[in-house]
Design a binder for this molecule. Structure first.
Ligand code: NI
Length: 174
């Protein structure tokens, strides 16, 4: 297992639409293990493969108890509802935090690392993490979901000051 380099805002891989995972081979399982290790190293609670430079539809999220990690292969939101606003950050945009409005709950279907079909319903922070990570698979970053004025202010700030590498370790960085 290895800790992978987390790609930062400006890296084209973060804007690419990731490809579906075909068969869950040993190589895919090795990527999952590396993503889990990288997520823990960064003290994140979720990580999408493109953030580690791997353009595949694959995410890891810490489990509901916060003790282990779960991999979701080819995850899809099949149902969602409600609305909730809360502050988010992203390991790929260190030092930037802003409130994002998303669905309050989601139902996600995916394949497990063992190749089994998964269906999970999530609310609260877990629903937010899933939506944030699934966005990464489509090349969407949380700042894209802000109102245009806030988004432009953040983009100008990044252009002017760059990203604060020391600010990466934040409890809500995804
Ligand atoms: Ni993120």
């Amino acid at each position: 297992m290895a800790v992978l380099r987390v790609r930062k805002y400006g890296d084209p891989v973060l804007r690419r639409r990731a490809l579906p995972v075909g068969e869950i081979t040993g190589e895919v399982r090795a990527i999952i293990a590396d993503l889990v290790e990288t997520m823990y190293d960064e003290v994140g609670i979720g990580l999408a493969a493109p953030q580690a430079g791997v353009s595949l539809r694959l995410i890891v999220v810490s489990d509901e108890e916060g003790r282990g990690a779960e991999a979701l292969v080819n995850p899809v939101i099949v149902e969602q509802g409600g609305q909730a606003t809360a502050e988010e950050g992203c390991l790929s945009i260190p030092g930037i935090f802003a409130p994002v409005t998303r669905a309050a709950w989601v139902r996600v279907e995916a394949t497990s690392a063992e190749g089994r079909p998964l269906s999970l319903r999530a609310t609260g922070l877990r629903a937010r993490v899933l939506q944030h990570e699934l966005d990464h698979l489509d090349g969407v970053l949380f700042i894209d979901r802000l109102d245009p004025v806030t988004r432009d202010r953040i983009k100008r700030r990044i252009k002017k000051e760059g990203l604060r590498e020391d600010a990466a370790h934040h409890a809500f960085a995804l």
